[in-house]
Design a protein around this ligand. Structure first.
Ligand SMILES: Cc1ncc(COP(=O)(O)O)c(C=O)c1O
Length: 283
């Protein structure tokens, strides 16, 4: 039985209970993070904690812990779970209060953490690439906040699955934003393009790593708006996230992307990513 953390206690997952009045449950009123752990070492933890702070600020909640306290809790949950590679999920909600849209006063937040096995990315996805569909971005206007209210994202991901694809890439006003659970990129003539880091996209930590690795590899990376017609002409398309790393999209809306095979720029950066993730710890 996996060990989870809930409001100050580590306990077996089946013993952790949340009130039906929790605002996370009633309103989706909370934020979260997913932190990858390789060989029992968290990857880019400082960046995840800094994004958590931004998300909490974005929904006007106090951070219940300092960075040092979060780090200690995360180290404990890693130690209490068996796997070497883990995905630590943490969630902070606005706590338990009678149902009312207004924020409750003097109510402690609910803090929950669990750790799941971080499965290696499927070999097929890396060898052949994945399929993606494009969909309209139907989310709210604060997509930079990592909010737990993910209904649009789940709907889009389900639609992709039902159409035989692994990801839905969203377009807002006809321009690419990101994947339903990933950032997205298009490559033209060895230059990587991705959406501008504003409220339309989540500032992905893997995206940040992609920027670092591109600079180190001498590959230009640009934030730019991209329309669908341009995407269909890309040499390569990728998605990135903490659990799926960097994956090539070789079919978009049923059309081949470039040659229809994972491209050379992806190979170069994925190699660099694989080396980095086992080598570094906490930046
Ligand atoms: C909507 C969205 N964009 C981007 C990402 C990628 O973020 P990260 O690289 O920090 O995992 C995620 C991750 O879950 C996401 O849900």
């Amino acid at each position: 039985m996996p060990v989870v953390y809930l409001n100050g206690e580590f306990l077996p997952a089946d013993e952790a209970k949340i009130s039906v009045f929790d605002r996370g449950f009633l309103f989706g009123d909370g934020v979260y993070e997913v932190i990858p752990v390789y060989d029992r070492q968290s990857f880019r933890l400082a960046s995840h904690l800094s994004r958590l702070q931004n998300s909490l600020d974005g929904i006007r909640m106090q951070n219940p812990f300092s960075e040092v306290e979060w780090t200690a809790l995360i180290e404990q949950i890693i130690a209490k779970n068996e796997m070497n590679d883990q995905a630590v999920y943490l969630q902070v909600t606005r706590g338990v209060a009678p149902r009312d849209h207004l924020f409750p006063e003097n109510v402690p937040p609910t803090v929950f953490m669990m750790s799941n096995p971080l499965k290696p990315v499927a070999v097929d996805f890396k060898e052949q690439g994945i399929s993606a569909i494009t969909v309209e971005d139907i989310r709210w206007q604060y997509c930079d906040i990592k909010a737990i209210s993910l209904l649009p994202n789940t709907m889009m991901r389900q639609q992709a699955h039902e159409q035989g694809a692994q990801e839905a890439i969203m377009l807002r006003d006809g321009l690419m934003t990101e994947g339903s659970a990933s950032n997205s990129y298009a490559i033209f003539d060895n230059v990587i393009y991705t959406a501008i880091k504003d409220k339309r996209v989540l500032p992905g930590i893997t995206r940040e790593v992609v920027f670092d690795l591109a600079v180190q590899a001498g590959i230009a990376i640009k934030e730019q708006e991209l329309a669908l017609e341009r995407l269909y002409q890309a040499d390569e398309i990728w998605i990135s996230s903490s659990t799926r790393e960097l994956l090539p999209v070789t079919r978009l809306d049923g059309k081949l992307v470039g040659t229809g095979q994972p491209g050379p720029v992806w190979k170069k950066l994925d190699n660099a990513y694989q080396q980095l993730k086992r080598k570094t710890n906490n930046e």
